[in-house]
Design a binder for this molecule. Sequence first.
Ligand SMILES: Cc1cc2nc3c(=O)[nH]c(=O)nc-3n(C[C@H](O)[C@H](O)[C@H](O)COP(=O)(O)OP(=O)(O)OC[C@H]3O[C@@H](n4cnc5c(N)ncnc54)[C@H](O)[C@@H]3O)c2cc1C
Length: 446
Amino acid sequence: MRAKVVIVGGGVMGLSIASWVARRTDPLVEPVLLLERDEPGAGASGRSSAVLRQYYGSRCTAGMARDSLRYYAGFENRTGRSIGFVRTGVLTLALSRAPEDVARLEELVEMQASIGIEVSVVNAAEIRELVHGIEIEDGTFGAWECGAGCVDAERTLEAFTAIARNKGAVIRNGARVEEVLVEGGRVRGVRTAEDVVECEQVVLAAGAWTKGLLARLGLDYPLEVTSTAHLFVCSRDPHLAQGHDDPKFGMHGPEDSGATTWFSRDALHAAMAHPDLEGHDHDLVEGSGTRVSHPVLIDPEVGFYARCEPLHGRARVGRFSYDGDARVDDPEGHEPRVAPEFEAWALDALSRRLPGYADVRVLGAEAGLYTLTPDAQALVGPVPEVAGLFLVSGFSGHGFKLAPSVGEGVAQMLLGEPVSAFEPEFFAPERFRGRAPAAPPLPFGI
Ligand SMILES: Cc1cc2nc3c(=O)[nH]c(=O)nc-3n(C[C@H](O)[C@H](O)[C@H](O)COP(=O)(O)OP(=O)(O)OC[C@H]3O[C@@H](n4cnc5c(N)ncnc54)[C@H](O)[C@@H]3O)c2cc1C
């Protein structure tokens, strides 16, 4: 078989790239082939919390998160497919109440607002309005992104798969790439267990498995894999019952129902007035009436984040930072098991900040793989040692929210066009050569 481009890996990156390239190429003349060793979502993407925040320290990633959020927000209206998008708002608390942490937060908010991100600094009183029942000290500050939210990872992967196929990409599941074939310094194709596919371009979007595929070519890029855990809970407190259908809960104000609300009227109206939603009132909280009981909460001080998963009737809690996560030497043998101490830690963290969660029912836990780089930014772009080989890996906890921009930009690279979707130098794989990596920014776990 011959293809124009072979994409290795059916995670959110591979699928996004496939859909962007396929829409620009003729499937009969220049087929795009995606090979997935298992099934789409078998890696990190299928376990992702899929929080879409834009609160980043660099202009480049913040801009990509902004553009990708718009892409996700408009997805259902453009394609008719729901990806479980919910505009819950995302609240990131300052690391501490120390003046330097608050100043840093203000500085980031100013930078983000300057590139069109809707974000503002909120004080303790405003935070209590946004998140009912939250335990914070006076003097606490946070960054509030009223237009941000989450998608459902599984639905999004299904939708990306369908869109890529619809545009003409061929997606083969259960097709493990054994090695990339190189001749005279150029890509010649890939070998799977069954056959050889000839092509001139290969994209390695194999997540945690990318380092192993590079090693077979004698290449070493600084990618490290860790395992990170999550706890799924459902509250017994009816005010906190995630995904509750009763209109008394969720997005309704107290004057409507007398019930507790998690959203102030102002926050609700700000979300409703969002430009992406103009003319699409039903999309306010996606799914015509899907309700959540609180915004995504990112809490660097206590060290956790929590999001509601309305489609599953639960909330998910994870660690804010990946610093303490266990290293994984071989992703092949990784078991998504979670240490019992994690449950106790997560429940304690959650109920310290949100006492309404003190009496939750634990629904389960699982672990997923982060692929990390020394500066916490991904490796995206051509591999200088092999013409036609492109690397797209190392997204740690950021990949889901950046995938639409990455897909667009990598498609531009593959088609030999100037890249407008992001700054290619920022992610260039060769950036670590001959110099010490920059210190990572805030080590967000999502
Ligand atoms: C628990 C968890 C929570 C997260 N939460 C968030 C979040 O809230 N927001 C956010 O933006 N990001 C989040 N992330 C990060 C985000 O999910 C990842 O950065 C992103 O999914 C990485 O996608 P990927 O396509 O690069 O890799 P993967 O999803 O790992 O995909 C790689 C694919 O390659 C396949 N593959 C591997 N080797 C081969 C081979 N030899 N041949 C063929 N196929 C192969 C694998 O089976 C896999 O399907 C989270 C990640 C985890 C683990």
